[in-house]
Write a protein that binds this ligand. Structure first.
Ligand code: ADP
Ligand code: MG
Length: 231
């Protein structure tokens, strides 16, 4: 092993996910080979149904591969037990969704704190970390608001705080601007780019929009579950 060369933070070989629906099989992704170094900002493109969400779900440990090898931040996701996978989802990756997925009965601060509390951190520590993030995200005046009282942009920024609270190695964003107007979409992309540039976070954004294109250090295009372009 070359000590100079950093180990990839994402490494996939022959990665395949096939969904079985009764007697028929649907290909989610097929035979994906991929290596992503730490610190990249990957933009994942492809038509609807091309496999972007399937790939992100596998990387996030939300789903398991049908075949192939997948290592993310030194975790072999083919071998992890369910308990390890729960830890992985909570602490190693941070996920952001198109539909925000905030808990409607918890306020902004509580939504942001939740993964830290689930990871066993104290209430005081979780709150102070969440406040720090919410301040950076421009949400310090919104901490007591419920999701229903927020704009889409504010909801997505709350989701970013929640994704960051356990200092994940990787941030995965699935169509993060899909429910936002272009101004708020730009704000979200700029925040993700700042996380990447200033703090060296590895980020993968699946998106239809061109907003993230200028920020990409790696571009991947999927078609019918396969990589057709990697630059
Ligand atoms: N849970 C599922 N069950 C069956 N088929 C699925 C499921 N999720 C995705 N698919 C299929 O897998 C393919 C890739 O879907 P997806 O990863 O959602 O693509 P994208 O995110 O690029 O729109 C599509 O043909 C889709 O219909
Ligand atoms: Mg999708």
């Amino acid at each position: 092993m070359d000590p100079e060369k950093p180990q990839p933070v994402i490494s996939a070989k022959g990665l395949t996910r096939i969904y079985t629906l009764g007697d028929s099989e649907v290909i989610g992704i097929s035979q994906i080979d991929l290596e992503i170094a730490a610190g990249e900002l990957v933009v994942l493109k492809g038509d609807s149904g091309s496999g972007k969400s399937t790939l992100l779900s596998l990387l996030a440990g939300l789903d398991r591969p049908t075949r192939g090898v997948l290592t993310v931040a030194d975790h072999d996701l083919n071998k992890t037990s369910d308990t390890e996978l729960t830890h992985f989802r909570r602490q190693v990756v941070g996920m952001i969704f198109q539909s925000f997925n905030l808990l409607p009965t918890l306020n902004v601060l509580e939504n942001a704190c939740l993964p830290a509390l689930l990871a066993g951190k104290s209430i005081a520590k979780s709150r102070s970390k969440a406040m720090e993030l919410l301040k950076w995200l421009g949400l310090d005046s919104r901490t007591n608001h419920l999701p229903a009282q927020l704009s889409g942009g504010e909801m997505q920024r709350t989701a970013i705080a929640r994704a960051l609270i356990n200092d994940p190695a990787i941030i995965l964003a699935d169509e993060p601007t899909g429910n936002l107007d272009s101004r708020n979409g730009q704000i979200v992309i700029d925040l993700l780019a700042e996380l990447n540039r200033k703090w060296g976070r590895t980020i993968m954004i699946a998106t239809h929009s061109a907003l993230a294109d200028p920020k990409a250090t790696v571009k991947i295009e999927l078609k019918d579950g396969m990589i057709t372009d990697h630059s």
